[in-house]
Each structure stands twice: as structure tokens, then as C-alpha cells.
Design a binder for this molecule. Structure first.
Ligand code: PLP
Ligand code: SF4
Length: 462
């Protein structure tokens, strides 16, 4: 039996293991690439946008001032098919579109921008942002834990076994997704920013909570951090026997696969992954994917290969989104591609009730049909993604299906995760509602007044 909880320092064994795996790598991609990123102020510097008409460009400018906008050259030049704009899914994923703001919000900001008064522009932007439910599912008020009576930012502990950690240096991404529910963290509002100052606090918190077995390091994107900073967060966790799984939530494999291939500290990052594995813990890279097009470039595939060679497992998750992936064929192809590359499909999410949700949202009934039709096209190996799942206030709620019970058409639902862990896997039913896009649009079936969890949830809150 290997000693699973001993931290094996970075020494020759690990270096050699990389060397033996490395023969399968394609070293054509080892040449470092410049990371060049554009934000709202540099819209006019993005060459392919020049082909759009003035009105479209102005609309983009308006929306980019409200929602986060940041896109890098790799995404622009290699992931977007500009011949397919505006329908290209990666273009929709990264470039602001007029329809992402409600007409009255759009007009408010557009009028202010045409007027040119700086204060008026700022006010209009702030008002519209505030109207967009910047902190869905009680993200700010409900989930901030305490150590020794002191509130600590940068840690969220909602479900028993898993603690979320937001390292302060990882609160940006290599590009931004137009639908991101974390958008309020990116717009420079420091009061609202969920960030942490110390990895030490995390360790202390975990030690005070023996039920925690998983740490999910998230952001933004923790892989924007230099390896040495990520290491400073991860290494202390390797000393904790109670921690069995470390997850890193990231979209770097899509937005900047160079991060694990050719960046100056890419090799060091892969060594860090090996170090985690050598300590006997599970390392999961929770990769955010929305469309198979993200996995078509050679460098994206090379990145997957190199991460997998460390022993880390890549699990894929992402929301179902109108304008990007709201059809079964794209999901089936996404899952099938993932399986072929050795990635395990993990979650299909329902788009959250925040930001540009009215543009991206898909009714729950339609979401379930897409999920089911995609499942039908793949074998069991690719049917590992649970969903469609809503990360709602009481927990992660999965739509299991639409059915009829005693003549009443209902949604069958279950908790994948619950604020009370005793709710996990409990089935419950809601009246069928073709338009509903979120849990709060649903009513209990069979004439019942409340869902089974409502009283308990209210009690937990008081
Ligand atoms: C999804 C989620 C987790 C992880 O849940 P798993 O079912 O273990 O993947 C942990 N914390 C929060 C707040 C989450 O939303
Ligand atoms: S990569 Fe994730 S955190 Fe970053 S913008 Fe996209 S959805 Fe948001």
C-alpha cells in the first residue's frame, strides 16, 4: 500500500515521469506565444471587427461598457470563424451583442454615450448593472463563512463536503464569456469582489470543518495566476489528510491552452499537478466548455493531452445557452469529442438568473428536451453529464424529466446538491410550465402549497 497522505516533494521521480510521457507530446507547440488581450477601450483595434457596420460596432461598444468584455488574440484569430459572424458560437460567447441588454437598458446607456457627458454615462451604466441581479442565488449574503468569529472573504461553503475558494489573484479570465454569472466580480467593484487575502485562512477553515473533503479553486479563472502563486495556494492543502480531491475550475483550455503548453511556467504547472497526484489526492480540472468548436484547434487538443499525462482528470461542464449551443446535435458532438480526447462530461447547467440572461436563457422544458435528444445520440460512455441543473439558492436542482402523474403534467426534479445534505437525491415534483426558465418560476404539483424543502430553508435562514 502506498502512503497516500505523504507529500512527495518535487524531485527526480516526478521529473522523470514527465519525461517518459513527453514523447507523445507535439513539441511544435512549445514556442511561447504572446498573450495579447483587448478590452472595451480597444474595440476599434480589433481588426476583424472593422468589417462590421458602424451601428453594430456602436451597439457593441454600449454593451461592452455594461457587461464585462475582454478577449484575446488566440480567441479572435483561431477560435472564431469570422465568415460565420454573427452566428458563430464563439463570437456570441465572447463579443457583446445589442440584444444582450433589454431595449430600455440599451437606450439608456446609448443615449448617455451619444450625449458624451462622463458623469451621465457612469450613472447610466451603474443603474443598468444594478438592475441585472448582480448576485444571484444569495451568493454574497448567504455563503460567506467565518473563522474565529471573523467573516472571511474568498471562501464559500454551501455544500457539506466541498469548499469553494476564490484566490484574489485569479479573479479575471483569459477572455470573458458574455453570459458569465460572475460578471459582477469583474467590473472593478471592490466592495462586491469575492476575494481572499490569505491561503492560510482557507487551511484554518478546513481544519475547523472535518466534513470538508473537497476544495474547488475557482474564480474568475485560477489558471490566470502564475504557477508559483497557484502553488502557494495548493501546497498547504496537500498536508491536510481530510482533503481527498482538489478541483480547479478553469476555461484556460479553451481561451488560452498555451497556459499548459508553451507559457514560461507551463511545465512547472504540470509538475504541480503531478505533485498533487503523487500526494494521493484526486486532481480534477473542471474545464468549462460550451461548444465543440473550442476543441477543434491543435493546441487545444495538445493542452488536453498534457494535462491528462500528469494524472489529473479533466471534467467538463458548462451552461446551455441560446445563440450558442441550444440544440441537441451540438451537445452530442461536444460530449463525443470530449470522450475521444479523454475528458469526462460532468454537468450541463441551466443559465443563471443574472446579467444577460434574457438573451441566453432556455426554458427548462426545452432544456430537458435538448439534453435528452443529445443523450440519445451518444453511448453510455458519453452520458456522464448530469443536468440540466440549476444552481439555485436551495441547491443544485436537476430536471429529470417531464411526465404525467394522475392526469397532471409535471416536472420530475431532484437535488444533486442541497443546502441541507439530507435533500440530496430526494425527488420532487412541480407543475409543468412551458415558459419557466428557473426554479422560482415553478410551483409544487398536486395542489401542494410548498416544496418539501421550503420550511427548512426558511428556518436555516433565520
Ligand atoms: C456545484 C457546486 C459544488 C460542487 O458540487 P458537486 O456536486 O460536488 O460537483 C460546490 N459548491 C457549490 C457552491 C457549487 O455550486
Ligand atoms: S471563464 Fe468562467 S468565470 Fe470566466 S468569464 Fe467565462 S464563465 Fe465567467
Amino acid at each position: 500500500m502506498p502512503e497516500t497522505n505523504t507529500v512527495i516533494p518535487l524531485h527526480q521521480d516526478i521529473q522523470e515521469s514527465t519525461a517518459t510521457l513527453a514523447h507523445t507530446f507535439d513539441h511544435a507547440y512549445d514556442e511561447p506565444r504572446r498573450f495579447k488581450v483587448y478590452t472595451a477601450r480597444q474595440l476599434d483595434k480589433i481588426e476583424p471587427l472593422q468589417r462590421l457596420d458602424d451601428e453594430t460596432r456602436f451597439a457593441m461598444d454600449v454593451v461592452a461598457n455594461v457587461l464585462p468584455f475582454r478577449v484575446n488574440e488566440y480567441v479572435i484569430n483561431e477560435l472564431i470563424n469570422w465568415d460565420n459572424v454573427p452566428n458563430d458560437p464563439i463570437y456570441q460567447l465572447t463579443f457583446p451583442q445589442k440584444g444582450m441588454l433589454a431595449p430600455e437598458h440599451f437606450d439608456k446607456v446609448a443615449d448617455a454615450m451619444r450625449g458624451g457627458d462622463k458623469t451621465a454615462i457612469k450613472t447610466a451604466i451603474a443603474e443598468v448593472r444594478e438592475a441585472l441581479n448582480p448576485h444571484p442565488a444569495g451568493q454574497m449574503e448567504h455563503n460567506i463563512p467565518e473563522v474565529d468569529g471573523e467573516k472571511i472573504e474568498g471562501i464559500q461553503h454551501k455544500y457539506n463536503e466541498t469548499v469553494l475558494f476564490f484566490p484574489s489573484q485569479g479573479q479575471v479570465c483569459h477572455s470573458y464569456c458574455t453570459f458569465c454569472f460572475r460578471w459582477a466580480q469583474f467590473i472593478g467593484d471592490n466592495d462586491l469582489k469575492i476575494a481572499t487575502k490569505e491561503a492560510g485562512q482557507l487551511k484554518k477553515y478546513i481544519q475547523a470543518h472535518p466534513e470538508i473533503s473537497d476544495v474547488l479553486i475557482t474564480g474568475g479563472d485560477p489558471l490566470v495566476m502564475k504557477t508559483k502563486n497557484l502553488r502557494a495556494h495548493i501546497e498547504p492543502l496537500l498536508e491536510l489528510e481530510q482533503i481527498r480531491t482538489i478541483r480547479i475550475g478553469s476555461k484556460a483550455l479553451t481561451f488560452w491552452p498555451q497556459r499548459v503548453v508553451s507559457d514560461a511556467d507551463a511545465k512547472d504547472l504540470l509538475h504541480l499537478f503531478e505533485e498533487v497526484i503523487a500526494s494521493g489526492k484526486h486532481l480534477a480540472l473542471m474545464a468549462h466548455y460550451n461548444h465543440w468548436q473550442e476543441l477543434q484547434t491543435n493546441i487545444a487538443r495538445e493542452a488536453v493531452k498534457r494535462v491528462r499525462a500528469t494524472g489529473a482528470v479533466i471534467r467538463a461542464q458548462g451552461p446551455l445557452l441560446a445563440h450558442i449551443n441550444d440544440n441537441a446535435d451540438d451537445w452530442a458532438r461536444l460530449w463525443q469529442t470530449q470522450v475521444e480526447l479523454g475528458i469526462i462530461p460532468y454537468y450541463m447547467f441551466v443559465e443563471r438568473d443574472t446579467g444577460a440572461r434574457h438573451y441566453f436563457e432556455v426554458p427548462l422544458a426545452k432544456a430537458w428536451n435538448i439534453y435528452r435528444d443529445a443523450m440519445k445520440q451518444v453511448s453510455g460512455i458519453a452520458r456522464t453529464a448530469r443536468g440540466p441543473s440549476m444552481s439555485s439558492h436551495p441547491g443544485k436542482v436537476e430536471i429529470q424529466g417531464v411526465t404525467e402523474i394522475n392526469g397532471e403534467k409535471v416536472f420530475a426534479l431532484r437535488f444533486i446538491q442541497g443546502r441541507n445534505h439530507d435533500w440530496v437525491q430526494r425527488p420532487f415534483f412541480a407543475k409543468y410550465n412551458e415558459e419557466a426558465t428557473w426554479l422560482n418560476h415553478l410551483e409544487p404539483a398536486f395542489g401542494e402549497e410548498k416544496f418539501f424543502f421550503e420550511d427548512e430553508l426558511a428556518e436555516m435562514e433565520s
